[in-house]
Design a binder for this molecule. Structure first.
Ligand code: NAP
Length: 250
């Protein structure tokens, strides 16, 4: 059995998740790098971790599907026999739309990945980490968004609402498992320079929005990873149910 602490980062193959995976490996975690479709990107993160002397493996699972989530956790059990941390990072936006233009399929996809996937992954992590279930405790960090506070009117209110659910879930789960050795926290990024904006049909969004950010610049994925790594670390041993906004003042 592997003795290093094991961390699952959902959507760890690109963007913010990749920076979290890379930073966690440097901090000594053995990292399960989850991805949905881009195996090459996930393998590249694993190779970078291994080149730095760290431990990682890539695990494919569409967070929208419960069966795939169960298979992913079973694979971690098989490889490591333990789980010590979870970063619920996988998330999607969609194209810019008003609520009165949104299809049911769009809203269901958004909620299935950003909300239901987050809750299901947390469920499986709690089963493995809670002292109530014979586990040794652990740490969960959910990636929310400053959109949960701003609401994203005229852009993607469904996305903002999904992140509002992540915020509430963070507070509730934190209180539920606080006596069971598990800390649950969230980070709310502002506008971060990743490919998520292009995936929502707005490749120029970062450039367009950055002037309206009080710090007059977008954030880097590494600046979000730093906050996540703090929550994961023992330095945050008294922090649970906390939601940290990292948004350049937005
Ligand atoms: P990104 O660059 O688009 O990367 C998304 C990652 O999630 C990829 O690794 C992708 O894997 C994975 N993923 C997508 N759908 C998935 C699914 N159904 N199942 C499993 N993995 C899936 O996104 P990002 O900007 O780094 O965003 C990461 C998180 O931060 C999200 O929760 C997002 O809402 C949040 N956030 C981002 C910003 C921002 O400005 N970038 C701001 C606030 C909050 P594949 O490549 O294999 O699909």
């Amino acid at each position: 059995m592997n003795e290093a602490r094991v961390l699952l980062v959902t959507g760890g193959s690109r963007g913010i998740g990749a920076e979290i995976a890379l930073g966690a490996a440097v901090a000594g975690w053995s990292v399960a790098v989850n991805y949905a479709s881009d195996a090459q990107a996930a393998d590249a993160v694993v190779r970078r971790i291994e080149a730095g002397g760290g431990k990682a493996f890539a695990v494919k699972a569409d967070i929208a599907a419960e069966g795939a989530i169960m298979d992913m956790f079973a694979e971690i059990d098989r490889r490591h026999g333990r789980l010590d941390g979870l970063v619920n990072n996988a998330g999607v936006v969609d194209v810019k739309a008003r609520v009165d233009e949104m299809s049911l399929a769009r809203i269901e996809r958004m909620m299935r990945i950003n909300v239901i996937g987050t809750i299901l992954c947390a469920r499986e992590a709690v089963k493995r980490m809670s002292t109530r279930h014979g586990g040794k405790g652990g740490s969960i960090v959910n990636i929310s968004s400053v959109a949960s506070v701003l609401g994203s009117a005229g852009e993607y209110v469904d996305y903002a609402a999904s992140k509002g659910a992540v915020d509430t879930f963070t507070v509730g789960l934190a209180r539920e498992v606080a006596e069971e050795g598990i800390r649950v926290n969230a980070v709310r990024p502002g506008t971060i320079d990743t490919e998520i904006h292009a995936s929502g049909g707005q490749p120029d969004r970062v450039e367009r929005v950055s002037g309206s950010i009080p710090m007059k610049r977008e954030g880097k994925a590494s600046e979000i990873a730093a906050a996540v790594l703090w929550f994961l670390s023992e330095q945050a041993s008294y922090a649970t149910g906390s939601i940290l906004t990292v948004s350049g003042g937005r």
